[in-house]
Ligand binder design. Sequence first.
Ligand code: FES
Ligand code: FES
Length: 396
Amino acid sequence: MTKLGMQINGKMVVTETEPRTHLADFLREQQFLTGTHIGCEHGVCGACTLLIDGVPARSCITYAVACDGAQITTIEGLRDDPVIADLREAFSANHALQCGYCTPAMLISCRDILTRLPDADEPRIRLELSGNLCRCTGYVGIVAAVKEVQKKRKAAGARPILFRDRLGPVGAHAPAAGQGERTVRKSPPAGKAPAPPPKEIVGAEQWRAVETDGVELLQSFRVPYPRAQVWKFFGDLEQVARCMPGARLTKPALDGRAEGEVNVKLGPIVSAFAGVVEVVRDADRFSGTVRGAGRDAKSGSNARAVIVYRLQDLQEASTQVDISVKFLLTGALAQFGRAGLVKDVADHLTQVFAANLEASLSGKQISESAGATLNAASVARAALWKRIRAFFARWI
Ligand code: FES
Ligand code: FES
């Protein structure tokens, strides 16, 4: 169980939940707020839409623990909201609901359109509502209701509420007491360099959270070089970073510590985790522990990883490299921390890293240059195709 604290409908809640619990399940089953409905559980139908830090978000694909320190508003928390009150009336008048299953989320999305885009025309309203599916009423009544409230608000001189000054839903607010690190999330102004990485690597409590809640992956590979040579290579952080797709050091490494950046593309999202790594090596055991913490300033997501590697001497002057990675992703990008996707990306990274390590040790050119962005989505797609091909190959 993981401790977490968040404001739900204006009330501070400090409690515990399983790290795998989605926000929708957490709210419905632990907080008894059943106004948030669940449809597809895949982020497609929009039935679970609520507000995280004032921004509509899918609660079925957001882990509750990733919302530590956030403000959650469900439909229950909007009971006295004037825009929702107008929408309720307009929905009834325009027959904009039938079974009502999609309605709580639909109201939240309509409110978002009305407050953010007061001049939206019908095509824009339909476009904005395209993330909320209604299976029985159709959309004519819903669009008519939005237009009716829009007209009313214009006549009353209502001004747009521009709360979207940051990207991503989670974690812009101060943490609950003792509940992990939290950063104020602001996108850097256009044309300005992203915020510098934290000077200090995160504290003991955050590393404990990686141990208890992190996803663990084990990888192994062999290289045809003696252990002493591979050990020496692992001692040079700059060389190691050069072999890792998406990674680059932003400052020279000093005393086992370096500042760097990892660039990952996830579908349309390009994130740059700027951070710090620290390495402690045990020469007697030919093993090392790497702790890395980084933050993507655009989405406000944090990543922490503890990597332990061990080199085993094999016959014929070759070495087996065993790597264990424990990592924790929090913030808007946490939804991409699903074990399947991460495992595929980790398999790919290990293969590329092993090939680059071998090339480096033999003095050859490495295949993926330093600083190149890692396209995690295409890696995961390629892995999926490989599995599908293997499945059919077995049958044929
Ligand atoms: S239940 Fe979340 S999008 Fe469908
Ligand atoms: S009113 Fe039934 S799904 Fe929308």
